[in-house]
Design a protein around this ligand. Structure first.
Ligand SMILES: [Zn+2]
Length: 89
């Protein structure tokens, strides 16, 4: 787990927002409570370990991971990227 996810969120602007989706309308910063913006597609590289982790967990029946994956796929479409498929095993 990235260090930032274990740190308590600060109320001051962290100066280097790392965006994640909060809901269908809003993105928030993973580092601070000051960061908030209208939702935008997040460009997660196709071979990013986050995706691999989500695919693995969704495959194990984790509903939240499956929902996040669906969200990433929607972002891919918005970014004009072809739908991601897990690597053949
Ligand atoms: Zn921030």
């Amino acid at each position: 787990m990235p260090l930032a996810m274990r740190m308590p969120l600060g109320t001051r602007d962290c100066g280097q927002h790392e965006w994640r989706h909060w809901d269908d309308d809003i993105d928030v910063c993973s580092h601070c409570l000051a960061g908030e913006r209208p939702r935008q597609p997040i460009d997660v590289p196709i071979d990013h370990e986050l995706r691999m982790d989500l695919v693995r967990r969704a495959g194990e029946g984790d509903d939240l991971s499956a929902r996040v994956l669906d969200r990433l796929h929607a972002d891919d479409r918005e970014l004009g990227r072809p739908r991601w498929r897990p690597p053949a095993t």
